[in-house]
Design a protein around this ligand. Structure first.
Ligand SMILES: NC(=O)C1=CN([C@@H]2O[C@H](COP(=O)(O)OP(=O)(O)OC[C@H]3O[C@@H](n4cnc5c(N)ncnc54)[C@H](OP(=O)(O)O)[C@@H]3O)[C@@H](O)[C@H]2O)C=CC1
Ligand SMILES: O=C1O[C@H](COP(=O)(O)O)[C@@H](O)[C@H](O)[C@H]1O
Length: 577
């Protein structure tokens, strides 16, 4: 039986939401406490593996109460919201991180929750529970979390005080993932914290996929909110093909309604991916150009300069196409190519994305190149092959690199190649969307570019990471007498333009889930369409046992990717160039 979801029946229009967070207006209590951007100090939160994560802090360090969408429904959403003691209408949010002892929880989820707390985005009454089989005490969980949070520079005292406040709201419950009795015990503990308030509950499934359904069953039957909303964030992989994904959806829907399920694709939470629609739909210099008439090709590039590093066991049953292309890159493609949605409401946006996915031409094997990294020695250092990972079979054919040419068979994009490239253990790290425009017809200056007209075409680059930036390559006259042209770049480099630290994708997505904002989460029909596109290709690759082209660790990847691009008269852009 599906859980009830009170929030779904009274969803707040997105534009109301926009008026506050998305439009950058201050949160209610920021106004109350007079916090402004100039007063901010940056802190760095270090993850367990040393990657820097960021939070932005305010100097006053006071706990700020952030109005949630539920507050917006129930009454004033500005500084007039006061919490003067429990009343029947007051709400509380309990966030249970299932798999709290794991890599993702430590690396991303707890730091993101702390950042939200620090920024005043968590409601006054919130509780965080870690749930796992490991036997930890509350104190041990707190120690584990605190190891992932480090204040970087000045204002350390304030940051540490906030950490203490945060950690005091974190608790641990040890249990089996399939045990309803253990979830009943969790429910008891949650109720103790929620007493006197309307409880809302968010479960974050940060666990391997084979135990998703056990947890959903137990959480929904034994630990769902008695009177408020219950939502579940599910991490990828959402199956490994159409069949298994459909099965997962059917199982989830035995216990949950669609609007309780938040399928996370953390690339949708990245700042520059969020900005894609703003860039296109709010700028006259771009909006009319967004079609086959002006765009020659679009490139979606993901590159990592490290291998599977300890995740080989997981990776080997998925491979790069399932790990990156079918979700992160395809989601970006859908956002990039969609028609103008009726509004910024989640359903309107997702409706348009689904239309793009359903308009895509079936992928052909000869439009795909797969590769796998091999060992390599450079500068006296030896880099391992993918198959050197002890959890990977020696004869594995799993691709760690793939490039593909995709087409959207609709009026806007007819004939425009969307080229995707994703790989691990390459020579650089980054993610970019590169839009190469057509050349200017009858260009008066074409002689200045010699025979290579491509050199004169404009290119728009949206650098998702690192060093977030949007830049446009234009032709420009070199100053001086005579007429010589060069390619110059109009560059919007975020670190130069904005002093604000860019929030981690998980912060944005967690906050959205708490607020019931579904725009950046994957709806089941989107997921079906994404799998419908990739499943036949994946099956063909596996049935025909297509051997991946080997490429050295730290290289540019298989040369086949260049031939594929050349087939469509495209040259891959270089990350960062
Ligand atoms: N790590 C990452 O960077 C990313 C992860 N993901 C996804 O997020 C989810 C969590 O990832 P991650 O934290 O890396 O996973 P882990 O392998 O670290 O597992 C999380 C926790 O689940 C429990 N667990 C692990 N294996 C099993 C098992 N076979 N049976 C029962 N419980 C098990 C363990 O807790 P205990 O033993 O204490 O119960 C473990 O601490 C996965 O779905 C993953 O695909 C998605 C994107 C990136
Ligand atoms: O989902 C995944 O993403 C990471 C890359 O995420 P990023 O935010 O660090 O770019 C990737 O390493 C991992 O294989 C994949 O499962």
């Amino acid at each position: 039986m599906a859980l009830s979801s009170p929030s779904s029946s009274a969803s707040v229009k997105h534009d109301k939401f926009l008026s506050r967070r998305q439009l950058g207006l201050p949160q209610t209590q920021r106004t109350c406490f007079g916090v402004c951007a100039q007063l901010r100090k940056r802190f760095q939160v270090k993850s367990s593996n040393g990657y820097p994560l960021s939070v932005v802090s305010s100097q006053d360090g006071l706990t700020k109460k952030s109005p949630t969408k539920e507050h917006a429904q129930n009454g004033p959403v500005d500084g007039a919201v006061h919490f003067s003691g429990p009343t029947q209408t007051e709400t509380t949010v309990s966030i249970t991180v299932v798999g709290a002892s794991g890599d993702l929880a430590k690396k991303k989820i707890f730091p993101a929750l702390f950042a939200l707390f620090y920024e005043g985005f968590l409601s006054e009454h919130f509780t965080i529970f870690g749930y796992a089989r490991s036997k930890l005490t509350d104190e041990e969980l707190r120690e584990m979390i605190s190891r992932t949070l480090t204040c970087r520079i000045d204002n350390r005292e304030n940051c540490e005080a906030k950490m203490d406040q945060f950690l005091q709201r974190c608790f641990f419950h040890s249990g089996q993932y399939g045990s309803e009795a253990d979830f009943i015990e969790l429910d008891k503990k949650l109720r103790e914290k929620e007493v006197g308030r309307q409880p809302n509950r968010l479960f974050y499934l940060s666990i391997p996929p084979n135990i998703f359904i056990d947890v959903v069953r137990c959480a929904s039957r034994s630990a769902s909110s008695p009177t408020g909303w219950t939502r579940i964030i599910v991490e990828k992989p959402f199956g490994r093909d159409s069949e298994s994904s459909g099965e997962l959806t059917r199982c989830l829907k035995q216990y949950l309604t669609e609007d309780q399920i938040f399928r996370i694709d953390h690339y949708l939470g990245k700042e520059l991916v969020e900005n894609l629609s703003v860039l296109r739909f709010s700028n006259l210099v771009f909006e009319p150009l967004w079609s086959r008439q002006y765009i020659r090709n679009v490139q979606l590039i993901f590159s990592e300069d490290f291998g599977t590093e300890g995740r080989g066991g997981y990776f080997d049953s998925y491979g790069i196409i399932r790990d990156i292309m079918q979700n992160h890159l395809l989601q970006i493609l859908a956002l990039f190519a969609m028609e103008t949605p009726v509004s910024l409401d989640a359903e309107d946006i997702r409706n348009e994305k689904v239309k793009v996915l359903r308009s895509m031409r079936p992928l052909r094997l000869d439009d795909v190149v797969v590769g796998q990294y091999k060992g390599h020695t450079k500068g006296g250092r030896t880099y391992p092959a993918y198959t050197d990972d002890p959890t990977v079979p020696k004869n594995s054919l799993t691709p760690t690199f793939a490039a593909a040419a995709l087409f959207i068979d609709n009026a806007r994009w007819d004939g425009v190649p969307f080229l995707m490239k994703a790989g691990k253990a390459l020579h650089n790290k980054g993610a970019e969307i590169r839009v190469q425009f057509r050349h200017v017809p009858g260009n008066l200056y074409k002689r200045s570019f010699g025979t290579d007209l491509e050199k004169s075409t404009n290119e728009l680059v949206i650098r998702v990471q690192p060093d977030e930036a949007i830049y446009l390559k234009i032709n420009n006259k070199i100053p001086g007498l005579g007429m010589r042209l060069d390619r110059s770049t109009l560059n919007l480099l975020y670190s130069s333009k904005y002093s604000k630290e860019i929030p981690d994708a998980y912060e944005r997505l967690l906050l959205d889930a708490i607020e019931g904002e579904r725009r950046l989460f994957i709806r089941s029909d989107e997921l079906d369409a994404a799998w419908a596109l990739f499943t036949p290709l994946l099956k063909e690759l596996e049935q025909k046992k297509i051997a991946p082209e080997l490429y050295p660790y730290g290289s540019r990847g298989p040369v086949g990717a260049h031939y594929l691009a050349a087939k469509y008269n495209v040259r891959w852009g270089d990350l960062g160039s």
